[in-house]
Design a protein around this ligand. Structure first.
Ligand code: FES
Length: 574
């Protein structure tokens, strides 16, 4: 060790004025002479913030990573990037995913960093950090913060998000009083960590693990479990070894790695948000991955993980049952895993999971007794979504998978809020709720409003699901027969913009079809009459975003951020 020259030597290894400046200022942190002996410098990219409750424990976890880095002979240097928490940040954390990725990319490239640990947790923090690091293409390891323990309420378990939607519907329909709704609040979130359902945070951590970017079990151990601290220490040792082996992201993020992630998502009944994020990550590193790949690669994979929102249990139960390694092993035994895919610890994914145990076959089921036969993501096409739309079959209702209904149209989210509970709204259980102008540009950030709450009068009749269609996203903790990410979106003149109240819409998930029952001639006439809704003026970052954001099927990245730019710095500073 120490013979190999790393990138950081260009800062700390010189005897010139530059070397003096780089070392001298670092010494104010009490660093001894020998840390500048050419050892690898490990950046610890931290999304800690008290405004991101899911990541509020990451400073403690970073200390464990540092222990491992020191042990392995590296120099750990922690740095913050913007933290985007789903529960507080307005209008939606997704608006800032690309901004954070820029923060990460430039922080890595501009600093003396040889390898990086990406500390993630809440939903968008995982894709944002991986996207930024992918554009740099250096050795990088993801260390997720882990999920919260099960919520506990009046003798029952409570799942983050999923039970909020359920309680809210019960409150609106009069099934429960406000006191119960309020009492559940503290019971649901009772430990450190991110959402404890298979929502977007758990899904994206699992995507990172199945891509080979975390150590085994990295996505499953609860945040409050001491085994996560131990894993963080090992992660610190591993990243140093990765730098010596030059095991950089482009060696890990191969087409086979993405195949594994897409199939894993199907087996988990994971979040639809993963579709957008993985496409964006793939485009950063330069590995081909399209929306249609999501359908073709994942179609034959059944959902075997019985976790909310598709199933019953929560992340804590899932860890005790065997966690992701048990799922990966099950995929491998069905020949649904690209076994040779490389992972951060230098082993193949199969070497990491082939001995994994499944301790509870009700939580992690077998492929012979799955939770849902049609797992994966259904990619729908038709005259309503020429560039595709997605639906999660495992979270949808079987009786609505083939459906024809009359559209009830909301021009935007404000129109929806003003209209949905009007007593005279012409709607019944067979109607199709259509929400426009919530795509990447129409509602900058593409808000998670696609799982629109049903009209109160239908809830009171006991209706619990309807077909809903929009260009929005949906929370990974949500459920229902919800068609999302319609592309092109209404704001850029996609056919969704042309739908009117009373039109008939056909959904056929088996045939992957989404059709507006209008002749091409009638559609053309509406297209000619269509006037784009005036978008508000957005200044600052939001203005940049609206100008440059790509459509959902392209990963909703900013057009100028797509691609791998490496680590070359254009100029030295002094
Ligand atoms: Fe942060 Fe759900 S709100 S993971």
């Amino acid at each position: 060790m120490g013979v190999k020259s790393f990138r950081s030597a260009d800062w700390f290894g010189k005897s010139s004025k530059d070397g003096f400046i780089h070392r001298s200022w670092m010494r104010n942190q009490g660093l001894p002479d020998d840390v500048f002996d050419g050892r690898p410098v490990i950046g610890i990219c931290n999304t800690w913030s008290e405004l991101t409750p899911c990541n509020a424990h990451l400073r403690d976890l970073a200390e464990r990573i540092k222990r491992g880095v020191w042990e392995a002979g590296g120099l750990p240097l922690e740095f913050p990037v913007m933290s985007i928490g789903e529960s507080n940040l307005r209008p939606t954390a997704m608006l800032f995913r690309n901004l954070v990725s820029m923060d990460v990319e430039e922080s890595i490239r501009g600093n003396p960093i040889d390898g990086v640990v990406l500390m993630t947790g809440c939903d968008k923090t995982t894709p944002a950090l991986v996207m930024g690091a992918a554009s740099c293409d250096l050795p990088a390891l993801v260390m997720p913060g882990g999920p919260m323990l099960n919520g506990k309420f009046r003798g029952h378990d409570l799942g983050s998000g999923t039970d909020v939607w359920r309680f809210h519907d019960d409150l609106r329909s009069g099934k429960i009083p406000l006191e119960i709704f309020q009492e559940a609040e503290s019971c649901m979130s009772r430990s450190i960590g991110h959402c404890n359902t298979m929502g977007t945070a758990s899904t994206m951590a699992a995507m990172a693990e199945s891509l080979g970017l975390t150590l085994p079990m990295g996505s499953s151990i609860p945040a409050a479990d001491s085994r996560r601290w131990a894993l963080a220490q090992v992660a610190g040792r591993t990243i140093v070894e990765m730098v010596f082996a030059d095991r950089k992201l482009s060696r890990i993020l191969t087409r086979n790695a993405f195949k594994n992630a897409v199939r894993t998502n199907a087996a988990l009944g994971g979040s639809t948000n993963a579709v957008i994020h993985l496409i964006a990550i793939a485009r950063r590193i330069g590995t081909p991955l399209t929306l249609d790949d999501w359908d073709s690669m994942g179609r034959e994979v059944k959902t075997i993980v019985n976790l909310q929102p598709s199933g019953k249990f929560l992340m804590e139960d899932y860890y005790y049952a065997g966690g992701l390694p048990a799922v990966l092993r099950a995929l491998g035994e069905q020949d649904l895993l690209e076994k040779d895919a490389l992972t951060v610890n230098g082993k193949t994914i199969w070497e990491n999971c082939s001995e994994a145990q499944n301790w509870d076959t009700d939580i992690i089921r077998s492929f012979d007794h799955p939770l849902a036969h049609s797992g994966g993501i259904a990619v729908l096409r038709g005259n309503l979504a020429p560039n595709g739309a997605v639906l999660k079959p495992s979270a949808a209702s079987a009786h609505l998978m083939r459906h024809r209904g009359r559209a009830v149209v909301f021009e935007n989210i404000e129109h929806y809020h003003g209209r949905i509970d009007q007593p005279d709204l012409d709607v019944d259980a067979s109607s199709v709720l259509v929400l426009k102008h919530c795509g990447p540009k129409g509602y900058p950030g593409m808000a998670e409003v696609g799982n629109m709450a049903l009209p109160r009068k239908l809830l009171q009749q006991g209706i619990s699901d309807m077909v809903r269609i929009s260009d929005a996203r949906m929370s990974g903790t949500a459920y229902g027969t919800v068609v999302l990410h319609v592309s092109p979106e209404a704001a850029v003149g996609g056919p969704l913009a042309l739908v009117r109240d009373g039109d008939f819409i056909e959904l056929d998930v088996e045939q992957r079809r989404l059709h507006l029952d209008l002749s091409e001639q009638a559609l053309e006439q509406r297209r000619n009459e269509w006037n784009p809704a005036e978008l508000p003026f957005y200044g600052g970052y939001q203005g940049l975003y609206v100008q440059h954001v790509l459509q959902a099927h392209e990963g909703a990245d900013l057009d100028f951020l797509v691609g791998r730019r490496g680590l070359e710095v254009s100029r030295e500073s002094h």
